[in-house]
Design a binder for this molecule. Structure first.
Ligand code: BGC
Length: 414
């Protein structure tokens, strides 16, 4: 153990996702939704596709030793069953750039966006979606597996399915009846969800079907990847909303049910099909809690301490864990440094309790396209000026750098 009780080989870095930073992706479901005016356009985003060397130099200069990024499915498989070798070459170049900088790569094979041909033919509503997805994953790993061992198949299945088939805020914009009323009661003062979503009772069945299908897609991808690269370290990335409660037994019961619903049921569906778990943490909900919290720019309660409970929730699966995302939208860089410190405190406590936690990737390296929120929310360690595309490192990024230099060690009181 090194200073601060983090293992010597603990990995520190940041994460991005292809559609959110690369720019120039036109043949995916999100780009199509933007053309229809249903979500904000993404355009050139941060132009990371062309500037990845510069961005990885920044990550390196900030002391990072790992980096998580995603592959854009629409680039790799622009037509069903046809794979684009030039795009494979692009991602190989990214991986080589990471290796040259001694940044351990973590590849997410699919992070929310679908190629248009797949989305328009039904996407995960297609019965054969698991096979299609597994074929894509196997292709990617077959082509880049010599440069990377850490693969996640699917990013945040629950977020994907909830936004697409329950709240109707993301493609394919399917909404449950009464979900708006529920949303407004829970978050007073907020507008209704996407008014252009299609509301149908059938969407409840679709939601359940798609959720199970996404889990099956992960399982099929896991088998396909392990077949061609048995040493690959493969897992899903799950978003953990921490549901907890005051001492009231009924509230505790609600929290228990909600953790099963949001996190544990998916982990049950993919049992036996993961070597590691990627944990993303942003949001908590405490039943029976009347405290007033500071809010992030997303309107989420500032509660980084919830990572402690989220880690406990995932530790039960007895696999190595990476915190593959946790961070804060904070345009003024007001709370980011203390938020990161609190996250690190939770990680340290978990490790001391024996959790096999191996790394942390701050979300995000750069400001980026925050899905239905467009470019308005700034999660980056690095500010991006979307007009000039100039990058400016925020002060909190240097605080994170110091933490990394101490390998998570506690700062002496100054
Ligand atoms: C996603 C990211 C997103 C972040 C902040 C996670 O749910 O993986 O794509 O930008 O949260 O909302």
């Amino acid at each position: 153990m090194a200073a601060g009780n983090f293992p010597e080989r603990f990995l520190w870095g940041a994460a991005t996702a292809s559609y959110q930073v690369e720019g120039g992706i036109e043949d995916c479901d999100w780009a199509e939704a933007a053309r229809q005016g249903r979500v904000p356009p993404c355009g050139n985003a941060c132009d990371h596709y062309h500037r990845f060397e510069e961005d990885l130099d920044i990550a390196k200069s900030l002391g990072h030793n790992c980096h998580r990024f995603s592959i854009e499915w629409a680039r790799i498989e622009p037509e069903e069953g046809k794979f684009d070798e030039r795009e494979i070459a692009h991602y190989r170049a990214v991986l080589q750039a990471l290796r040259a900088r001694k940044l351990e790569p973590f590849v997410t094979i699919w992070h929310f966006t679908l190629p248009l041909w797949f989305a328009q033919s039904g996407g995960f509503e297609r019965k054969d979606a698991p096979e299609i997805f597994a074929r894509y994953c196997a292709h990617v790993v077959g082509k880049i597996g010599d440069l990377c061992t850490h693969f996640s198949t699917i990013n945040e299945p629950m977020v994907y399915v909830s936004n697409g088939w329950r709240r109707g805020t993301w493609p394919p914009f399917r909404k449950w009846p009464f979900i708006d009323a529920f949303h407004i009661v829970r978050t007073p003062g907020e507008n209704a969800l996407n008014p252009r979503a299609v509301t149908q009772w059938k969407n409840i069945i679709r939601y359940i079907t798609v959720f199970h299908r996404v889990a099956r897609a992960h399982n099929a991808a896991y088998d396909a990847i392990k077949k061609i690269q048995p040493n690959a370290e493969v897992g899903p990335v799950v978003n953990v909303i921490l549901f907890h409660a005051d001492r009231n037994p009924l509230n505790r019961f609600f929290a228990w049910v909600m953790n099963i619903h949001w996190t544990r049921y998916f982990m049950f569906l993919v049992r036996g099909k993961y070597d590691v778990v990627g944990l993303n943490y942003y949001v908590h909900h405490k039943f029976g809690d009347t405290s007033v919290y500071d809010k992030t720019d997303m309107g989420w309660e500032v509660y980084p301490e919830g990572l402690c409970g989220a880690l406990t929730l995932i530790a039960r699966y007895k696999k190595p864990i990476y915190v593959s995302e946790a961070g804060v939208a904070d345009a003024q860089d007001r709370i980011r440094a203390s938020y990161i410190r609190s996250l690190v405190r939770c990680m340290r406590l978990s490790i001391e309790e024996g959790v096999d936690l191996r790394g942390y990737m701050y979300w995000s390296l750069l400001d980026n396209y925050e899905w239905a929120e467009g470019f308005t929310k700034r999660f980056g360690l690095v500010d991006v000026d979307y007009k000039t595309l100039a990058r400016t490192i925020r002060p909190s990024a240097y605080v994170y750098k110091e933490i990394i230099e101490r390998n998570g060690g506690v700062h002496p009181v100054r």
